[in-house]
Design a protein around this ligand. Structure first.
Ligand SMILES: [Cu+2]
Length: 286
């Protein structure tokens, strides 16, 4: 008992120390999409219900142990047996209560949150294809003809502990995904090699990127800012080194950024330059 006590105390101290707390956020990030908001509501609802149930059940249990025990002169109840209907009350009422909580109190809002993920009632205003690769992300805007890769830029020195870790350690990339605020976006995920998973906690979205399959979800980001996430499907030795960074900007800034990303039409190759080489090859062959 004493060692258990000590163990509990050391766990509390470890959790409570400032060093352990630094860099950890214990709550969800601020939700910036309807999906994230609904998910957070769902989480809070479940937490409240299970906490009430926990204290109710354990409170009743401890109260019963303390007051209705044999030493105080109480006799055990005798409501079991073939012809006793009371036992069915004790079996069926918790069952009915849990059924109601799971399928109605939790079920309806959970259904609503999940449906938001696949909201195809209106067309998306922008399509982004996200391709996972060992170990980087490729972003394509198929309609706009823009395509580029996004990889980690945390210096190796920081990873090997040779240098102090930066503010966005392992969560910084060379080319972030840029998205317009307030637009309904259809995300398509896929992969070039193994299964990855594209995850941005503030968006409340995570979808596996599966080779050979196109998977999709819809989301509208309601607030500008920089949002960070990670690959969340173990995909090889550098799984921890393929973060997701999304810059959500105003519509004008997005248009400007998109224009700067558009490939410049290649100048037509001078036809004359190609011919002498071809002729020379042909001449040589003859
Ligand atoms: Cu991955």
């Amino acid at each position: 008992m004493r060692s258990l006590y000590k163990f509990g105390l050391s766990v509390l101290l470890a959790l409570g120390s400032a060093a352990a707390l630094a860099g950890y956020a214990f709550n969800f990030p601020e939700p910036v999409t309807p999906i994230a908001r609904e998910t957070l509501h769902m989480h809070n609802l479940v937490m409240v219900v299970i906490l009430v149930m926990f204290f109710l059940v354990f409170g009743l249990l401890i109260y019963s142990f303390r007051t209705h025990n044999k030493a105080a002169g109480y006799q055990a109840g005798k409501f079991t047996g073939p012809n006793n209907r009371k036992q069915w009350l004790w079996v069926l009422s918790p069952f009915a209560l849990l059924f109601f909580i799971d399928y109605v109190v939790f079920g309806i809002p959970a259904y609503h949150a999940v449906v938001l993920y696949e909201d195809t009632k209106t067309d998306a205003e922008l399509v982004v294809k996200v391709t996972g690769s060992q170990w980087l992300w490729q972003y394509d805007f198929p309609a706009e003809g823009v395509s580029y890769t996004s990889r980690l830029i945390t210096p190796r020195d920081q990873i090997d502990s040779g240098a102090a870790k930066g503010e966005h350690y392992l969560l910084e990339v060379d080319n972030p995904l840029v998205l317009p605020v307030g637009k309904k976006i259809r995300f398509i995920t896929t992969s070039n090699d193994v299964i990855h998973s594209w995850w941005v906690p503030a968006f409340g979205v995570k979808r596996d990127a599966v080779p050979g399959f196109l998977r999709e979800f819809w989301a509208t980001v309601e607030k500008t800012g920089t949002y960070r996430g990670q690959c969340s499907e173990l995909c090889g030795k550098e799984h921890g080194f393929m973060p997701v960074v999304v810059n959500v900007v105003s519509q004008e800034e997005f248009a400007k950024w998109l224009a700067s990303k558009k490939p410049v039409a290649p100048a037509p190759a001078p036809a004359a330059a190609a011919e002498p080489v071809a002729q020379a090859v042909v001449a040589k062959a003859q």
